[in-house]
Design a binder for this molecule. Structure first.
Ligand SMILES: [Zn+2]
Length: 302
């Protein structure tokens, strides 16, 4: 399993979900006790566990698994993972908690939105209620002086949390800051329906006010110049929104909206060839993310 030290007491595990590298990762804050950020999907829990072994993390020393939200690719594997981590508790937004306890509805809606991608992620198993800590704010004391601050960062989902770690001054945004393509040093919106633009922009302002140095994307990897990136992402969301609003007003097809985004957004323009040829990102970045904006714009005119 690919693991990488990316900061002090901080490691990345590439979950290689479905055999795809650089798609989804979990983060490990390792001290006397260990905290994980993101369980990742059910199907790649065995990869996460072998990554922990590679990093010499004892399973009984894992104290928290903080999930940014309960979408299958972030928190879907929580129930399965806890079976191997006897002392770990899940940190999650209260609105996500019922879906961890009873994942049936989440699974059904994921199959509807994600199609075959949901099968690659795998069906979530239930998390026992007593092992969940529901939070929207506050700070967890980890090992030594390490702290994990909770920030509500909705928009991508109505229950997305971000976390700030105190050792390297980085933020785990979840999907609040888009998808990061390290090899292109570029970001593409992660905005499946229902997407809430106003909340997303306000969340980005909150993250900017923390003045982080680094962003640790669940998709995928560590990025520097955090504040600049968050500001750029705000502008990109506004641009996609303007196009979707015009499209809804003028009755454009989905394809026309998507092609206009590819034409007008320099970043998407640079990446669209790669995205189109990718079995997952062709569905998500140029599919569900565009649909999220169209859905948002339609609601404006209702
Ligand atoms: Zn995601």
């Amino acid at each position: 399993m690919h693991t990488e030290e990316i900061g002090r007491n901080l490691f990345l595990i590439d979950l290689e979900t479905g055999g795809f590298k650089n798609l989804i990762c979990s983060y490990v804050m390792k001290g006397a006790e260990t905290t994980l950020i993101e369980s990742g999907p059910t199907s790649s829990v065995p990869n996460l566990l072998s990554g922990l072994e590679e990093l010499d993390v004892k399973f009984e020393h894992v104290e928290y698994v903080a999930v940014t939200h309960v979408h299958l690719d972030h928190g879907g594997g929580a129930g399965t993972l806890l079976k191997s981590l006897p002392n770990a508790k899940i940190i999650v937004h209260p609105k996500g908690m019922p879906h961890l306890i009873n994942p049936q509805r989440l699974w059904a809606s994921s199959q509807a939105v994600l199609g075959f991608v949901s099968e690659i992620f795998g069906k979530p198993e239930s998390v026992p209620k007593e092992r969940i800590i529901p939070v929207t704010e506050g700070t967890f004391d980890l090992f030594d002086n390490a702290k994990l601050k909770v920030i509500e960062a909705t928009g991508h989902a109505s229950h997305n949390l971000s976390f700030q770690e105190s050792i390297n001054n980085g933020v785990f945004p979840g999907d609040a800051a888009g998808t990061y393509f390290q090899e292109f040093d570029a970001i593409i919106p992660t905005t499946p329906p229902p997407f809430y633009l106003e909340q997303a922009l306000a969340s980005l302002d909150n993250l900017i006010s923390l003045n982080p140095e680094f962003l640790y994307y669940s998709h995928f990897g560590k990025a520097s110049n955090a504040v600049q990136r968050l500001n750029d992402y705000k502008e990109q969301l506004k641009l996609w929104a303007r196009i979707a609003e015009q499209g809804v007003k003028e009755n454009w097809s989905f394809e026309t909206v998507r092609d206009r985004i590819i034409q007008d957004d320099k970043v998407t323009n640079r990446l669209h060839g790669y995205l189109n040829s990718h079995p997952i990102y062709s569905e998500t970045a140029l599919g569900t993310s565009v649909r999220g904006f169209i859905d948002y714009a339609r609601k404006l005119w209702q």
